[in-house]
Design a protein around this ligand. Structure first.
Ligand SMILES: [Zn+2]
Length: 439
């Protein structure tokens, strides 16, 4: 009998360690895939060569770009729809290419949305002739307003990890004959720079030397220079995140606004949490996946969000996965968890299916079959750990060091059992344990 008690306590503490590690060591990556820097390639004016030459070049390396279209310049709509279908971003560059957008902030967005269907909609704009138009009209319709070289406005050409100081003035460095970036080395130099600074570089290209460029005849760029840049990016893919401007902008805004909230509904072999933000601007749902890692010594895991399986990997003491904010509970399960007491018969895992997905689900430890009660432990608004359904049962609260800070017996249906310093605690009720977080 005694060995059982010890074993229960060690499970609680072990589980606690997982919960605590989770709360303290779950982090959102600065850039997707925990890369060190980001780069966005943008193409202006809707040139025929964007479809016939840029598209295939990007496809060769598996990367996506942003194509800023001028509605009235007769773009190859089906060709650009094809690029959108491959995951590129189609964006606005106005209707008429007039100075200061000629008041076409909203109308060009609407016109392109009528022609191009894509996952995230038309969420970014590049200003014709590099002139910043009405900023409030831009911000009502787009999450990014792109200028040209930052240095032309007394800013840096590259941005830091949090993006520009003004989302209506996102810098992109001009490439080609009239631009600063002409060769592969020019591009890779900028990418190396943002890998060093954990920043973001954007490039602005028109047409290509010797290709069909339509109206995009300003400052043609050597397509081979871009091909070389993408090849280098692919060789350095663990460090540089190449993605469309709108996706990087979503990522930054979501990362800055999102919180990881540990949930108190796990068994010893399960961690659970919510990833949430409350950005609401009616332009984007900000549902681009964020990269997350959790410090853990688990070797094999299964990660789900709202019941759907997520790709994950375990590497160097971390569990890595991408999850979408505001898209439901994320559950990380130790996939090769051994039964805790190998000397005794293994009772089946208690059924928790009726509460699966609920943030207050309770799963019995594999010591003993769950007795059918609905047990819950959570932290209320005033910072008290509250338990429910524990009448007559022993309740123990462990602090972050695994020390017992409270023992009591369950009384009514619901009771406050402990309040203390912020942090993770484990509440053991009978032979079940749950991690809770006093914030
Ligand atoms: Zn233009």
């Amino acid at each position: 009998m005694n060995y059982k008690k010890i074993s229960i306590a060690s499970v609680a503490v072990g589980m606690f360690a997982a919960g605590a590690a989770f709360a303290q060591n779950a982090e959102i990556a600065t850039w997707s895939g925990f890369r060190k820097g980001a780069a966005s390639f943008t193409f202006d004016d809707g040139a025929p060569s964007h479809v016939t030459d840029a598209g295939p070049t990007f496809k060769k390396y598996g990367y996506k770009a942003t194509f800023n279209i001028v509605v009235n310049w007769n773009p190859n709509w089906s060709g650009f729809q094809g690029l959108a279908d491959e995951g590129h971003e189609i964006a606005s560059h106005s209707n008429s290419h007039g100075n200061n957008m000629s008041g076409e902030e909203a109308s060009s967005k609407k016109a392109i949305e009528g022609k191009i269907k894509q996952k995230y909609g038309i969420i970014t704009v590049a200003y014709p002739n590099c002139n910043v138009p009405n900023e409030s009209a831009v911000k009502q319709n787009y999450i990014v307003g792109r200028i040209c070289n930052g240095s032309w406005k007394g800013m840096n050409d590259e941005m830091g990890k949090d993006g520009p100081s003004n989302w209506a003035q996102v810098p992109a460095t001009m490439t080609g004959a009239e631009g600063q970036l002409k060769t592969t080395n020019d591009f890779t130099g900028r990418m190396q720079k943002v890998i060093q600074s954990n920043g973001w570089a954007a490039f602005l290209t028109h047409g290509f030397q010797g290709k069909q460029n339509g109206n995009a005849n300003y400052s043609p760029t050597d397509l081979n220079a871009i091909d070389g840049a993408l090849k280098w990016a692919q060789q350095n893919d663990k460090d540089i995140w190449v993605a469309p401007m709108g996706y990087v902008a979503m990522y930054i805004k979501e990362r800055k606004a999102s919180k990881i909230e540990p949930q108190d509904g796990g068994a010893a072999n399960t961690m659970a949490f919510e990833l949430k933000h409350s950005i609401a601007d009616n332009i984007s749902k900000y549902d681009y996946p964020l990269s997350i890692r959790v410090k853990s010594d688990w070797k094999k895991v299964e990660v789900t969000q709202d019941g759907a399986k997520l790709e994950s990997k375990v590497d160097g003491g971390y569990i890595y996965f991408d999850a979408v904010p505001n898209a439901g509970k994320i559950v990380v399960k130790n996939a090769d968890a051994a039964p805790e007491s190998s000397s005794s018969a293994e009772p089946p895992q208690s059924s928790s299916s009726e509460v699966a997905g609920s943030s207050s689900s309770t799963t019995a430890l594999p010591m003993q079959a769950f007795d059918g009660r609905h047990l819950a432990a959570y932290v209320d608004a005033s910072g008290y750990i509250v338990v429910q359904g524990a009448q007559g049962m022993n309740i123990t609260v462990f602090n972050s060091l695994g020390n017992v800070v409270r023992t009591t017996k369950g009384l009514g249906f619901e009771q406050k059992v402990y309040t203390g310093a912020k942090g993770m605690y484990v509440v053991k009720i009978g032979n079940q344990a749950k991690a809770v977080n006093i914030k």
